[in-house]
Write a protein that binds this ligand. Structure first.
Ligand code: HDD
Length: 698
C-alpha cells in the first residue's frame, strides 16, 4: 500500500515557467530568442549524410547554453536543500523591536529557508558528520532580513580572521583532494588541536547534533549576539533559537554511514516528501533577551561566538513560529541561486560587536559577487525584496531593472530631489557605546577561557549522547595518521572530561598525555543545563512522516497487516510493505498483499521502525530469510522500534532469538502486538529511538 503524496496547494512562484508544475507547457518550444522551433531532434546538414552546417543556430544555441549551465558552488555550505514558508509572529514585540516581522500577533512574513552541510561539495552526501546551516531569509515589507545560522549554538573560532584557515583545514586535503565532506583527517585535527577556542564546538561536532535524522528535527541558532531596537531607539541584546515541533532527533553513526551510500539525498528527500505530503515542518522562534548590564555580570563574553548563554541564565521567550509549506519550483533558480548575508538586516534588528559576525558581513557579499556574477544578483526572484529597491545604483552585469529618467544622483533638482532619505523610518545603526575605541588587534579578556562550556555541554548530555561523543572522537582520531596531533587533542580533552580522555588514549594506543596548557581566565563552573541535551526536545509526539517497514514474504500470515497499516497511515506514519520482490506477495490463507518496496533496494536504515508477523507460521518463513534477520538485527542495534505481530503470551526474547538476536539483548522499544495494538506501536514509534538498547560504548 503506497501512501500517495499530494503536491502542496501553495501558489507557485510568480515567475514559474509556462510549463505547469506537473504538466506540459501550452506554448511550442522556441529558441532563447523566442523563435518557434520546427525540429528539436536533428541537426542541420548538407544532405542526409552531409556535414553539419555552422548556420544551425538552433543546435549551437542549445549546446552553448548547456555548456555554461554550471556556476561556482558555494565555497562552504555547497550542499543544501531549501523550502518556502512563512514566519508567524505570536506576540506583539514592538516594545522590544520595530522589526516588521514582529509587529503584531498573527502577522505573517514570507520566508525562504536553506539547510546545508558545511564542508562537503555540492554533490556530497546529506548524512555526513558536520554542522548544518540553517539560513532564513525573511521577505519583510521593509526589506530582506537574513538570519544565517547553524544547528549548533556556537562556532569553532572567535575571529573571522581564522575562517579561511578553518575551512582550508576541514576541506579535502589540497595534495590529493581527500576526504570528501569529513573532518576525520589530519589537517582538520591539526588545526583545531592548535586552536583551544575550538574545544567547545568540537564537542558539539562530535555529538549527535552533527548527524540529524532530518532537517525538520534539528534546532537552529543565530549563534551571535544581535541587538533588538524599538521605535524609541532603545536596544536590548538577544540570541535567536529555532526549536523544531517534531523534536530534536538524530541518526546513530552506523546509520549515517550506511545512509550516505544507500541514499545520499536522505535529508533532501525527507524535506521534499514531508512538504509534498502536507506535513509542513515547523519551528518555534525563541529569543534570549538581555541587557548589557546583565551580560557584563556573566563569566563569559556574549560577543564570543564560542560561548552560549545557558537557558538557566537567560530563559527563552517564544515569539513566533516558522512553517515551511512549499518546495522550490526549480532547484537551481532558487536553492542554488539564493544569496544570504548577515549584513541583510531591517530596521529593528542590529548587530553586536561580535568579531566573527563582522567578518561574515564582508564575506557573504564578496563570495556571491563571484558565484552569482556581478552586483545585480539581488534582482534574481529568490533574492528580490518584496518592494523593489529605490536608489541611484545603476548598470552592472545582468541588470534587470529599467530605470526611468536621467537622474541617477542625489542631491538633485531635476528629479525634485527624489528619492528622498527615509529619515526616522529608515535603518539607523544603534549608537552602541564603545568603551575602548583605540585601534588594536586584541581579544577581550573573557574570550580567553575555552574549556568550561565544553565541560558544561558534555556533562549536560544523557549517557547515550555522551557515549556517542566519545565514539565519535575515537572514530575521528583513529583516522588521524599523525600521533602528535592525536595526543594534542586528547591533552586538551583532559580539561573537558578526563575519564573520556583516558579512555580515548587507551583506545588510540597512546600514553596518556599531560593536560594541555590551561585557561588564562579563571574557568567558571556551570550547573548542568538540561536544555543542551536532545532529550529535552522529544517533540510533539507525532509519528507523521515516520517510515515503517512491514516485512513479508510468500506464505506468511498477513491477516492483521492491512488493518495495522491503516492505523499507522491514519496517524500520519508511512507504512511500506517490504518483500523479496515487488508486486503481489502470496500470504497464508489464499490472501495476497502488494509489496511497496523490495528488500534489496530498501535497506533498514531508510526506515524509522520495523513491523513483522511473528506467529509460528510466519516466523517459520521469515526466520529462514537472511535479509529479514539482517533487517531486524540492524533495527535492534540502532535502538529503533520493533513490532512483533504475535499472539498472546509469546516471549519476545525467544521470537527475537529466532531472528538472530541474542536472548540477553535489551527489549526496550520491542513490542509484542496483537491485531488491535497499533496504538502501542505508535507510542513507541513516537519516541524515535530507545537508547538503552544500544550497545555500551567501546
Ligand atoms: Fe558562513 C555560507 C552559516 C561563519 C563565510 N554560512 C554560510 C551558510 C550558512 C552559514 C548557513 C550557507 C548560506 C546558504 O545557504 O547559502 N557561517 C555560518 C555561521 C557561522 C558562519 C552560523 C558562524 C557563526 N561564514 C562564517 C564566517 C565566514 C563565513 C566566520 C567568513 C568570515 N559563509 C561564509 C561564506 C558563505 C557562507 C563563505 C559561503 C556561501 C555564501 O557565504 O554565500 O561567505
Amino acid at each position: 500500500m503506497t501512501i500517495r503524496t499530494k503536491r502542496s496547494p501553495q501558489a507557485r512562484h510568480p515567475t514559474a515557467s509556462a510549463a505547469g508544475p506537473d504538466g506540459p507547457a501550452t506554448a511550442p518550444i522556441t529558441t532563447n530568442q523566442g523563435v518557434p522551433i520546427a525540429d528539436n531532434q536533428t541537426s542541420l546538414k548538407a544532405g542526409p549524410q552531409g556535414p553539419l552546417l555552422l548556420e544551425d543556430f538552433i543546435l549551437r544555441e542549445k549546446l552553448t547554453h548547456f555548456d555554461h549551465e554550471r556556476i561556482p558552488e558555494r565555497v562552504v555550505h555547497a550542499r543544501g536543500s531549501a523550502a518556502h514558508g512563512y514566519f508567524e509572529c505570536e506576540a506583539d514585540l514592538r516594545a522590544l523591536t520595530r522589526a516588521a516581522p514582529f509587529a503584531g500577533a498573527g502577522k505573517r512574513t514570507p520566508v525562504f529557508v536553506r539547510f546545508s552541510t558545511v564542508a562537503g561539495e555540492r554533490g556530497s552526501s546529506d548524512t555526513v558528520r558536520d554542522v548544518r546551516g540553517f539560513a532564513v531569509k525573511f521577505y519583510t515589507e521593509e526589506g530582506n532580513w537574513d538570519l544565517v545560522g547553524n544547528n549548533m549554538p556556537v562556532f569553532f573560532i572567535q575571529d573571522a580572521m581564522k575562517f579561511p584557515d578553518l575551512v582550508h583545514a576541514v576541506r579535502p586535503e589540497p595534495h590529493h583532494g581527500m576526504p570528501q565532506a569529513s573532518s576525520a583527517h589530519d589537517t582538520f585535527w591539526d588545526f583545531v588541536s592548535l586552536m583551544p577556542e575550538s574545544t567547545h564546538m568540537l564537542c558539539w561536532l562530535m555529538s549527535d547534533r552533527a548527524i540529524p535524522r532530518s532537517y525538520r528535527m534539528m534546532q537552529g541558532f543565530g549563534v551571535h549576539t544581535f541587538r533588538l531596537v524599538n521605535a524609541a531607539g532603545e536596544a536590548r541584546m538577544c540570541k535567536f533559537h529555532w526549536t523544531p515541533r517534531a523534536g530534536v532527533h538524530s541518526l546513530v553513526w552506523d546509520e549515517a554511514v550506511k545512509l550516505a551510500g544507500a541514499d545520499p539525498d536522505f535529508h533532501r528527500r525527507d524535506l521534499w516528501e514531508a512538504i509534498e505530503a502536507g506535513c509542513f515542518p515547523e519551528w518555534e522562534l525563541g529569543l534570549q533577551v538581555f541587557s548589557d548590564a546583565e551580560a557584563a555580570d556573566w563569566p563569559f563574553d556574549v560577543l564570543d561566538p564560542t560561548k552560549l548563554i545557558p537557558e538557566e541564565l537567560c530563559p527563552l521567550r517564544r515569539v513566533g513560529r516558522l512553517v515551511l509549506h512549499r518546495n522550490p519550483d526549480n532547484f537551481f533558480a532558487e536553492t542554488e541561486q539564493v544569496a544570504f548575508c548577515t549584513a541583510h538586516v531591517v530596521p529593528g534588528i542590529d548587530f553586536s560587536e561580535d568579531p566573527l559576525l563582522a567578518g561574515r558581513h564582508h564575506s557573504y557579499l564578496d563570495t556571491q559577487l563571484s558565484r552569482l556574477g556581478g552586483p545585480n544578483f539581488h534582482e534574481l526572484p529568490v533574492n528580490a525584496p518584496r518592494l523593489p529597491p529605490v536608489n541611484n545604483q545603476r548598470d552592472g552585469i545582468q541588470r534587470q531593472m529599467v530605470p526611468q529618467g536621467r537622474v541617477a544622483y542625489e542631491p538633485n533638482s531635476l528629479a525634485g530631489g527624489c528619492p528622498f532619505q527615509a529619515g526616522g523610518a529608515g535603518f539607523a545603526t544603534w549608537p552602541a557605546p564603545l568603551p575602548d575605541a583605540r585601534k588594536l588587534r586584541e581579544k577581550p579578556a573573557r574570550f580567553a577561557e575555552h574549556h568550561a562550556q565544553a565541560r558544561l555541554f558534555l556533562a549536560s548530555l544523557d549517557p547515550a549522547e555522551q557515549a556517542h561523543v566519545e565514539e565519535a572522537f575515537r572514530f575521528e582520531l583513529a583516522r588521524v595518521t599523525v600521533p602528535a596531533i592525536r595526543a594534542r587533542v586528547v591533552a586538551r580533552l583532559r580539561h573537558v572530561d578526563d575519564g573520556m580522555a583516558r579512555r580515548l588514549a587507551a583506545a588510540l594506543g597512546m600514553d596518556l598525555p599531560q593536560p594541555a596548557e590551561g585557561d588564562a581566565a579563571g574557568a567558571p563552573n556551570y550547573p548542568h543545563s538540561p536544555r543542551l541535551s536532545q532529550t529535552a526536545y522529544p517533540g510533539d509526539g507525532s509519528v507523521a512522516t515516520r517510515k515503517v517497514a512491514i516485512l513479508v514474504a510468500d506464505g506468511v500470515e498477513g491477516r492483521a497487516l492491512p488493518g495495522l497499516a491503516k492505523t499507522l497511515a491514519a496517524a500520519g506514519a508511512v507504512p511500506r510493505v517490504v518483500a523479496p520482490r515487488l508486486g503481489s506477495i502470496s500470504l497464508a490463507g489464499k490472501r495476497s498483499l502488494v509489496a511497496d518496496a523490495s528488500a534489496d533496494a530498501s535497506p533498514p536504515v531508510l526506515f524509522d521502525a520495523v513491523l513483522l508477523p511473528a506467529d509460528p507460521v510466519s516466523l517459520g518463513v521469515l526466520a529462514g530469510l537472511a535479509w529479514v534477520r539482517d533487517f531486524v538485527r540492524e533495527h535492534h542495534r540502532h535502538g529503533k522500534t520493533l513490532g512483533l505481530l504475535a499472539g498472546e503470551g509469546q516471549d519476545p526474547a525467544l521470537l527475537l532469538g529466532r531472528l538472530g538476536i541474542a536472548p540477553a539483548a535489551a527489549l526496550a522499544g520491542v513490542a509484542l502486538l496483537g491485531p488491535g495494538d497499533g496504538d502501542t506501536f505508535l507510542r513507541l514509534l513516537s519516541r524515535h529511538r530507545h537508547p538503552d538498547r544500544e550497545p555500551p560504548p567501546g
